[in-house]
Design a protein around this ligand. Structure first.
Ligand code: FES
Length: 115
């Protein structure tokens, strides 16, 4: 039997928001819900504290951006890390091999559930 984790009610996760539920960062991109494992592949920041920008999940620490469907990092760490030659490419390549895990989002009444 698949483990189910209750996230919150649908009204508590409006478009453009992210929250945490167990091992997942769960968010809403224009009405499409997603669940990905919550540790950034860069320095393990909690992606549940991230933001949604241009349809991507953005890490709260150094603004790496993730495609939540594939779990791939599509923009490497920013700030000082963006000045290190090749670092962004290393992480975007790494997450093609080792993407964020993805959970399946379902609903139970008005509640969001991740499996
Ligand atoms: S910890 Fe996520 S980009 Fe640095």
């Amino acid at each position: 039997m698949t483990k189910q984790i209750k996230v919150c009610s649908v009204e508590d996760l409006p478009p453009g928001t992210v929250t945490g539920a167990g091992p997942y960062a769960v968010g809403n991109i224009d009405g499409e819900y997603f669940a990905v494992t919550r540790r950034c592949r860069h320095l393990r920041a909690d992606l549940a504290g991230g933001s949604i920008e241009n349809g991507r999940l953005v890490c709260p620490w150094h603004q790496a951006a993730y495609d939540v469907q594939s779990g791939h990092m599509v923009r490497g760490p920013q700030q000082i890390f963006a000045k290190i030659p090749g670092l962004g490419t290393v992480f975007t390549t790494l997450t093609k091999l080792w993407p964020l895990g993805r959970g399946r989002v379902t609903f139970s009444g008005d509640d969001i559930v991740v499996e």
